[in-house]
Design a protein around this ligand. Structure first.
Ligand SMILES: Nc1ncnc2c1ncn2[C@@H]1O[C@H](COP(=O)(O)OP(=O)(O)OP(=O)(O)O)[C@@H](O)[C@H]1O
Length: 269
């Protein structure tokens, strides 16, 4: 990882669901200040669990961090509530968009400002969100239920931005969206990152797209990080190309089956 200031550090966490199901087996990752970091991996690799561990949303799922630590600017945060984390500027946008279907886009956005009371500030925040998401402005009075998947994803991110976060944990923003809409959403993420300095941790199955926008990436498999590196390096890495970008051939049941990954592991052993 580069030498930029590290704002969030996950140190060897283990997560167990229902007291018995070991899902994360010692995951470590770091978020540099103002970075866009991609957390990649297939279905069930443990991406969502990692985000839930950071934003302390595991309890509702009967999960707990049983080993390791999570530090936000040097402060241990495992025992803080999700609301405390929002106050410290950490918000999660959950997979599946989760807008309130019967509320309008604007009402949905306003639910994101619940930590603030200053009306002027809330109005300014709303304007800021509309600036980044002009589509939401034109749909502000529509019920979320009647907006498109892309608009709902934008609404979910916009609502998170309403709390003025400095770290946004974004769970599979591309899910179920057409490629062109995914590009639109990712461009806005990039824009927020560049202009507001917001740090993003982006859990994605869409490796290709995520590496195009992130500056660093971690690849997860079966509850472990199997590889990490600068986004450009990962995108051009032969193993990643073979397994995740569908280039090359052969039977690829798992990233661990990729030949040079095994070879490197032997060297390291
Ligand atoms: N509440 C839960 N109780 C028990 N097991 C769970 C729970 N949530 C997730 N798991 C299991 O943990 C593993 C990791 O799931 P997780 O959702 O973190 O993966 P993911 O990488 O985000 O995958 P996806 O892209 O499908 O969301 C899976 O095997 C899943 O079945």
């Amino acid at each position: 990882m580069e030498s930029r200031n590290i704002v969030l550090s996950v140190n060897g966490i283990e997560v167990i669901y229902n007291h018995v199901i070991l899902v994360l087996k010692g995951v470590s990752l770091q978020l540099p200040e103002k970075g866009i970091v991609a957390l990649l991996g297939g279905n069930g690799a443990g991406k969502t669990t990692t985000l839930r561990a950071i934003s302390n949303l595991l309890k509702g799922e009967r999960g707990e961090v049983t080993k390791g630590s999570i530090e936000l600017r040097g402060e241990q945060i495992q025992n803080l509530s999700p609301a405390d984390l929002v106050k410290r500027g950490v918000v999660q946008v959950m997979e599946g968009r989760h807008c309130f279907a019967h509320l309008t886009i604007e009402e949905n956005l306003l639910t994101g400002s619940y930590t603030r009371t200053d009306k002027g500030e809330i109005a300014a925040n709303l304007e800021k969100v509309y600036n980044y998401f002009p589509r939401l402005k034109t749909r502000r009075t529509s019920q979320a239920a009647y907006t498109s998947g892309g608009e709902q994803q934008m609404c979910a991110i916009g609502r998170a931005i309403m709390s003025n976060p400095n770290i946004v944990l974004l769970d599979e923003p591309s899910m179920g969206l057409a490629p062109q809409i995914v590009e639109e959403v990712f461009n806005i993420v990039k824009d927020l990152n560049a202009k507001e300095g917001t740090t993003f941790l982006l859990a994605e199955q869409n490796t290709n797209m995520a590496l195009k926008y992130a500056d660093y990436g971690y690849i997860m498999e079966s509850g472990r990080i199997v590889m990490d590196g600068a986004a450009q390096d990962l995108a051009s890495n032969e193993d990643v190309k073979e397994f995740y970008l569908g280039v090359g051939g052969g039977e690829r049941k798992s990233f661990k089956d990729v030949k040079s990954y095994k070879r490197r592991k032997r060297w390291l052993a």
